[in-house]
Design a protein around this ligand. Structure first.
Ligand code: RTP
Ligand code: MG
Length: 149
């Protein structure tokens, strides 16, 4: 199986109507969508998701931010997707991110940076397991001859 990553359109991305744009960039790049859900994040999920940042001064604010409104959580797959999707998202803070990246094109903020993407194979496995049940992920294997060629 090719590499998978967790991508989350954060509350500001949803509220600004950028979910479609973000999906579109990943689709056009050639990534395959393996799962998706529009949801609210519980405080418990937020704290686990951001556990590497526990103790940092921005941790509580980060948890409040990700819980503040609906998000679009997705699993995407492609060979090398973790590094590629991080490049496409751009640097963490919108004002640092290069034009042409998602954050560089649509965010000039520090905290409100529109999108999350896993940063390593280990964190992708951890995060996908946290956000999705295996049964919520969809196979692209053709079932029969009805398949566009
Ligand atoms: P993400 O996990 O959301 O994809 O972002 P990232 O890898 O680029 O950045 P990371 O270091 O993992 O930080 C997670 C999120 O915390 C917020 N943050 N605030 N100094 C600060 O105030 C600060 N540093 C990080 C950002 O929302 C970042 O996306
Ligand atoms: Mg991160």
């Amino acid at each position: 199986m090719s590499e998978r990553t967790l991508i989350v359109v954060k509350p500001d991305g949803v509220q600004r109507g950028l979910a479609g744009e973000i999906i579109s960039r990943f689709e056009r790049k050639g990534f395959k969508l393996a799962g998706s859900k529009f949801m609210r994040v519980s405080e418990e999920l937020a704290r686990k998701h951001y556990q590497v940042h526990e103790g940092k001064y921005f941790y509580d604010r980060l948890v409040r931010y990700i819980c503040s409104g609906p998000v679009l959580a997705m699993v995407w797959e492609a060979e090398g997707i973790i590094a590629m999707s991080r490049k496409m998202m751009g640097a963490t803070f919108g004002y640092d991110a290069e034009p042409g990246t998602i954050r560089g094109d649509y965010s000039c903020s520090k905290g409100n940076n529109l999108v999350h993407g896993s940063d390593s194979v280990e964190s992708a496995e951890f995060e996908i397991g946290l956000w999705f049940d295996e049964g919520e992920l969809v196979s692209w294997e053709p079932a029969n001859e009805h398949w566009l060629r």
